[in-house]
Write a protein that binds this ligand. Sequence first.
Ligand SMILES: [Zn+2]
Ligand SMILES: [Zn+2]
Length: 256
Amino acid sequence: MRLTVLGCSGSAPGPGLPTSGYLVEAGGVRIALELGSGVFAPLMRHCDPFDLDAVLLSHLHLDHCADFSSLVVYRRAHPAPPYDVTERKLPVFAPAHAPSRLANAHAASRADLATTDLTDTVDFVPLTTGRYRVGPVEVEVAAMRHICEAYGFRISHGGVSLVFSGDTVPCPELVRLAAGADLLLADSAWRAQAGRANYLHMSGREAGEVARTAGVGRLVLTHVLPWSDRDGILRDAGEAFPGPVALAEPGATYAL
Ligand SMILES: [Zn+2]
Ligand SMILES: [Zn+2]
């Protein structure tokens, strides 16, 4: 299994740094994990978008799905697609309200929205806690704790597992999902601040504590906000987790 970081900036892009987006390759399939703002450009550097076998969207904040619109345009407007995109639709695993939410983001006006239907080249698969398959790859889905419906994914193939937290605060559901995983790609938006209500994201220290409790092999910190203290987040996570820990960087690849 191979994980490539396409973008990893949290909530808003940074200079030359798209928001959430990853490419996961395993068992001969390619999965776009999140399509945040600016992610479609680096995706094309690593993969022909027509070669994707599935898209996984953890939730529908735009820093995780804004470039879905670019994918729709690419599939519809490309003059020479390698196959009939209306016959071989791309599965998109996403929260149940994705068809209307993404149509809202895609349409240019309220009048345009009335006729906007994105299902001509993609098939939406509504997510719930459970197990899904993309070819030989298993995707276990668990509900996370964020300010909207949000999911974490455990992607497994050939005895190897990658877990992605999406956006969440620390929770038993994430610890259970990540138990014994080879790599945990974890929301680590900021350094912990006393007195700040935390209903959105994990701190570096919290991500490290989840990784330690779940007994994962390695921890990769992502969704760091553009104004956050990256070195401090890495240090805090490293104090809480005894295994290898790194900050996600665009273009970085991890072979599992
Ligand atoms: Zn986010
Ligand atoms: Zn979010």
